[in-house]
Design a binder for this molecule. Structure first.
Ligand SMILES: Cc1ncc(COP(=O)(O)O)c(C=O)c1O
Length: 338
């Protein structure tokens, strides 16, 4: 893995009578195809962290996750690929002595050389406490510690290539939908969209006969995160902090924080479908229909909820005619195999 995105991924148009009816254009950005093993948003979140781990001469990546965590698999695969060792602290000690009950996720992580340590749910809750992290670092001095879901300041900075590529493919996009777990991906996309150069941000000149109205307006863009967890409002200030903190850093290019472009973002918290990893029969049916209509696979935990939320927003009239909508496929397809 190098810092450059290895594969340019397609922006695939989705044609449907429903979209014609509401007079919108829709594309799916196939970021799930960006890397053979570290798929979708994981690649963006890990890339600067891996560089940092190297710079610090760390030999091991250590992280946290549940039995179905895409982040656990991605970290194990990235570590394996880059010559790091890896340790995963997994929520739930009931699986410790029962490898036959391990999910596909855990088996894949172990096959990539990740050493799995199962911890009870109570201890797991301390995973981000300052003291816990300090003690872990003392216990594993060679480890570069990544939080659950991989969201940290460096993860947020990893979305510039994706945003630039997508905007080159569709310069006048107006809405971008993405699935939200911890909020790192949403924060990264908002940050990256603020840094888009004016060259690929078209100006819209409204039709008008009067001189005073004939001003040039910058295209208004909306980035919408679809929360996959219940009661996710608590994420909003965390996402604001991540965006702010990224805007203060100059890790990747020379952007002046005072010259960034405005972008509207929102977290839609009503489409969790019962909570993390829960799927109703209606949502299952929606997924089956979408997959057969467009021949594109989704995962039930993240991308299906995101696409479903877009359809609901469209049908409710929350998206204006003339909008150009991008659905970001963030990967997670390994989670289909249980
Ligand atoms: C496939 C997929 N999409 C979206 C997300 C959400 O990303 P974030 O935690 O950065 O909000 C995840 C998180 O793990 C994921 O695995």
């Amino acid at each position: 893995m190098t810092a450059k995105n290895p594969i340019k991924t397609p922006l695939t148009p989705l044609d449907s009578r429903l979209f014609d009816k509401y007079q919108v254009k829709v594309w799916i950005k196939r970021d799930d195809l960006n890397h053979p093993t570290v798929q979708g948003n994981k690649w963006h979140k890990l890339k600067y962290n891996l560089q940092q781990a190297r710079k610090m001469n760390k030999t091991t990546l250590l992280t946290f996750g549940g039995a179905y965590s895409n982040h656990i698999v991605a970290t194990a695969a990235a570590a394996n690929h880059m010559g790091f060792k890896s340790i995963g602290f997994i929520r739930g000690d009931e699986l410790a002595n029962h490898p036959e009950k391990w999910s596909h996720t855990l088996k894949t992580a172990a096959a990539n050389g990740m050493q799995l340590q199962f911890i009870n749910r109570q201890d797991y809750r301390q995973k981000s406490d300052e003291n816990t992290l300090k003690n872990l670092q003392l216990q594993f001095p060679q480890a570069y510690i990544l939080p659950e879901g991989g969201t940290n300041d460096l993860a947020v900075l990893g979305f510039d290539d994706l945003m630039t590529e997508t905007t080159q493919q569709c310069p006048d996009w107006t809405h971008l939908f993405t699935a939200t777990g911890t909020g790192g991906t949403l924060a990264g996309l908002v940050h990256a969209s603020q840094n888009l150069t004016p060259k690929i941000t078209p100006k819209i000149t409204p039709q008008s006969n009067t001189k005073s109205e004939n001003k040039t307006k910058t295209l208004s863009r909306h980035i919408l995160g679809v929360a996959v967890l219940k009661n996710a409002d608590y994420l909003i200030p965390q996402i604001q902090n991540l965006i702010y903190s990224a805007s203060q850093k100059k890790y990747h290019n020379d952007v002046n924080p005072n010259q960034t472009l405005p972008v509207n973002w929102r977290l839609l918290t009503q489409y969790h479908g019962g909570g993390y990893a829960k799927q109703s029969s209606e949502s299952r049916q929606f997924q089956t229909e979408f997959e057969s209509q467009f021949s594109i696979l989704l995962d039930p935990i993240y991308t299906n909820k995101m696409v479903y939320a877009f359809y609901q927003e469209l049908i409710k009239g929350n998206i204006k005619p003339g909008s150009n909508i991008i659905l970001l496929h963030t990967g997670g397809l390994q989670g289909r195999t249980r």
